[in-house]
Design a protein around this ligand. Structure first.
Ligand code: ADP
Ligand code: MG
Length: 548
């Protein structure tokens, strides 16, 4: 600390650039402080710092005995607590977490202690350093915040424990899905709707979820005990019902519950197979060398669909691509909403079959493929479809949303199928091949980063800059936090280091995303662990990527 004071004293009234001399390591009485990068002007991205406190000075050593899930949640909690404290001081910046408990790099545990990673906007008067102000921030305000977030008696321990137990419960519930042959579980009492289209907070006074008797199951959570809720079976599940009755809301809650939610969120006892992928139509996106032939063939002008490439895909080709890419990335289930689907990819009714003969229609709709996906590739599909009854023939489970209440109408749907038999002809063959695993050109990624343009940046959850390329990610609904995108950028960076073609990028990423994934990343506090499904989805949307 004396060293820091001495250095600051030396640069008092100097130009802002003199701050670079602060880079280094400082020992405070009870923690170590690292200034890793220093901004060169007041408007540049804030300086990166870390604070490390030894376990013996935290009274939190017992956390080391807890499960990895518990520790991940404890790190997430401390990051939240520190982020809240930092709100009082706009010079201190730490990634503000949302409703999801993630594996965040903002707070790390290791054998020695707890490390906080964040940014500090070094103060100045115009471009002039006022040492007294900087001193006040770094040796008075900041130490208080650091202590408050890393000492047991300063932290709200009841909340910390509830946070960690909620995460452990969700992981345990998710682990029980397979043995019960479930795709998802929605606990009774859950709150599904959100405050607004642009807010992830729970809607107050919402109608709480209640499972229909037929679909009710009881799972065991280690802390909360037995929990009753609706089990959504593997296979093909249809969500039907009138407009505005809560269909999309149910699907959204399920697609987000691949992650663990914080206590009070309303979704903290909803769990979904971790490898469930929400897919949708996304016209205008790029597609690289994807085999669409099970869904689309004989395109006009003889365009090849076994290796489909486009910088401007249509609604149906973009959705078929996403489906194939998801399976390639390891998806075990697909979540699809009629609101965001290409209707010609989903359905083709009897009259249209009569008007346009099969040879003139490149698309074999999903309705003719969905049972093959289930039977031959073990892929479950959950589909919101209020607008067409064509899927009733293939659905295993049909759930109606009625006034925000789930009703099991599977039997009723069977009766309808019997009394109103479909008159459409099944289309397509009896086998579908699994999408092949493509190779990605690492050198092409590397070249985007060259020419002094090395930048990996994130703007909210919808865009990632990778060197010269900006990737549009607005359609990705399962990105939980922007910090996942930054991690994805650096994962690619790792991959791009090597020359030539990477054979199975999905597997390479899966290997990188083991428990110690953050160790190979730069020591930034703004990252969190993504799923392989998103890592690949982002890569697939990179216009200059090359696949073969
Ligand atoms: P659908 O897809 O069936 O047309 P949505 O799921 O979009 O309907 O829901 C319509 C509206 O109802 C949304 O504004 C949503 O927030 C609200 N909503 C959904 N579920 C509930 C609930 N359980 N309690 C209160 N409002 C709800
Ligand atoms: Mg809807």
């Amino acid at each position: 600390m004396q060293l820091l004071e001495a250095k600051l004293h030396k640069i008092d009234r100097h130009n802002y650039r003199s701050y670079t001399s602060l880079r280094g390591e400082y020992h405070f009485v009870d923690y170590d402080f690292f200034i890793d990068t220093v901004q060169t002007d007041p408007f540049a991205p804030a300086s990166r710092v870390r604070a490390r406190r030894a376990w013996s000075l935290t009274d939190l050593e017992w956390l080391r005995e807890k499960s990895p899930v518990y520790q991940r949640a404890a790190r997430d909690f401390i990051a939240r607590f520190f982020a809240e404290l930092s709100q009082q001081d706009n010079a201190v910046l730490i990634d503000m977490p949302g409703q999801v408990i993630l594996d965040r790099t903002a707070v790390m545990f290791d054998d020695e202690g707890i490390e906080l990673r964040f940014r500090v906007n070094l103060p100045a008067d115009g471009r002039t350093i006022i040492a007294k102000r900087t001193m006040n921030l770094l040796t008075f305000h900041l130490p208080k915040m650091i202590r408050r977030s890393t000492i047991a008696r300063e932290l709200p321990m009841d909340q910390l424990k509830a946070h960690c137990e909620a995460a452990e419960d969700q992981v345990a519930l998710r682990a029980q899905l397979k043995e019960h042959k479930l795709l998802a579980f929605v606990a009774d009492g859950s709150v599904l709707p959100r405050l607004a289209g642009n807010s992830d907070l729970p809607l107050p006074n919402a109608v709480p979820f209640m499972s229909p008797e037929n679909l009710a199951v009881e799972l065991e959570a280690p802390h909360k005990g037995k929990i009753r809720g609706m089990g959504i079976p593997e296979g093909i599940t249809l969500i039907v019902g009138g407009g505005f009755h809560g269909k999309s809301t149910l699907l959204s809650a399920i697609e987000r519950s691949v992650y663990d939610h914080i206590p009070g969120d309303g979704r903290e006892y909803i769990v979904t197979n971790y490898n469930a992928a929400k897919i949708r139509a996304e016209d205008g996106r790029c597609v690289h060398n994807v085999d669409l032939s099970p869904y689309i063939s004989n395109l006009p002008m003889g365009k090849d669909t076994t290796a489909f490439t486009s910088q401007n895909a249509s609604g149906s080709t973009s959705q078929a691509s996403w489906l194939q890419e998801s399976i390639e990335a390891g998806a075990e289930a697909l979540l699809i909403d009629e609101d965001t689907s290409a209707s010609n990819f989903m359905i083709r009714d009897e009259r249209m079959q009569a008007l346009i003969c099969k040879d003139d229609e490149p698309i074999t709709p999903l309705v003719d493929r969905i049972s093959l996906l289930r039977d031959q590739h073990d892929i479950s599909v959950m589909l919101v479809m209020g607008g067409s009854g064509d899927y009733l023939d293939v659905a295993d489970t049909v759930i109606q949303m009625h006034n925000y209440e789930a009703v099991d109408v599977t039997e009723k749907a069977r009766d309808v199928v019997a009394s109103h038999p479909t008159r459409r002809k099944a289309e397509g063959t009896e086998v579908i091949v699994r999408p092949r695993t493509r190779q990605v050109n690492r050198s092409a990624l590397q070249s985007l980063l060259e020419e002094g343009k090395f930048r990996i940046q994130v703007k909210d959850k919808t865009s990632l800059r990778f060197g010269r390329e900006y990737v549009d990610l607005q359609a990705l609904e399962q990105v939980a936090h922007s910090s996942q995108l930054l991690a994805i950028g650096y994962l690619w960076f790792q991959l791009a280091q090597l020359k030539g073609w990477e054979k199975t990028p999905a597997r390479a990423f899966a290997n990188m995303l083991h428990d110690d994934w953050a160790a190979m990343m730069p020591k930034y506090g703004e990252m969190s662990k993504p799923r392989v499904i998103e890592v690949m989805a982002v890569l697939n949307r990179m216009r200059k990527a090359e696949f073969k």
